[in-house]
Unconditional design. Sequence first.
Length: 314
Amino acid sequence: MELRDIEIFLALAEELHFGRTAERLHVTPSRISHTIKRQERRIGAPLFERTSRVVRLTPLGRQLRDELLPAHQQIQAAVERATARAHGTTGTLRVGYTTPWCADLVLRAGERFGHLHPGWTVQIREVQFDDPYGPLQRGELDLQLVEFPAFGSIVAGPVLFREPRALMVPAGHPLASRESVTLEDLADIPIVSLRFELPRSAEDLHLPRYTPMGRPVRRGPSYTYWPEVPALVAAGLGGSIVAARAAQFHARPGIAFVPFQDGPTIDYTVLWHTDVQGPPVPPFVDLLRELAGADGGGADGPGDGDGAGGGGAA
C-alpha cells in the first residue's frame, strides 16, 4: 500500500464521509472511492460499510486503522523534523487560558503538537479576569481559550465545547438544597460581580441585570481574581454563575453547586488577534477541536472547553 493510499484510508476512517475526505485531501470523491475499493480488493475484505446514509469502519477496518495510525504519525513526525532542521523552522506558540479545564486541554494539545511539529514549542499562561483580552491585544499571546465573546480586532475560531451552567451558593442558603435552579432564582441572591466592566455582550451573557420576568438581579461584593469568589460565597455574601464543571475543580466547605434548568450554555472558543498569521495557528486550533471532540464536548458552528458564566468563574 502506497503512502498516499494510507493517507486516504486514514482520512476516511476519521471523517467517515467521502465528500469531506475528498475536500480535506483536495481530490475528487471518486478518487477516494476508487482508492478504497482497490485497497479492499488487495486485502480481500471490506474495510468500510457503506450505505446511502452512513459510512462506518468494519472490524477489519478498525484493526487496520489502529495499526497504521501510529506508524503514519511517526512518518509525519520524521518528515517534520527533517524539514524543520533543513529550513530552521522553529518557534514558540503562546496560548492563554482562563480555567483549569482549558489548561488541561491546551497542555494535551501542546504535547501532541510538539510531536507533529518538532520545531515548535507551546507555552501557556493563565489570563486573569481583570484583563481578559489584554495579553492577546498586546501581542503577548498568539491564541487564547476563553468563554468571553470576541470583539474588535480579535478573531473567534470554532466553539470547542459547551458547558452547562450552575449557581454556586453558600451551603446554608435555601437554594443550596434545591436539585436545580432557574434564571428567575437569580433575583433571590446577590451575584458576586467583577470590579471592572466587561464588554456589554459578555456582561449580558454572564451577568444578567434582570431575570426573564424582569426582576432585578442584585449585585453582591466584587472581585478581581477568581480565588476570591469561593471565599466570598462561603462567607454567605452572594452567589456566582459558573460552569457546572467548576464543582469538580473548586469544591470546598461552605459552598454548593446547583445546576440551572434553563439559560444558555457557556461556550468555550479559541481566539486570536487579526495580526496573528503564523503557520502554527490553524493546525493547533485543529488539534484543540479534535481533542475537545474526543472528550465528548465537541460543538457545532463557529464561535468541540473557567468557567464562569457570569463574571463568574473558572
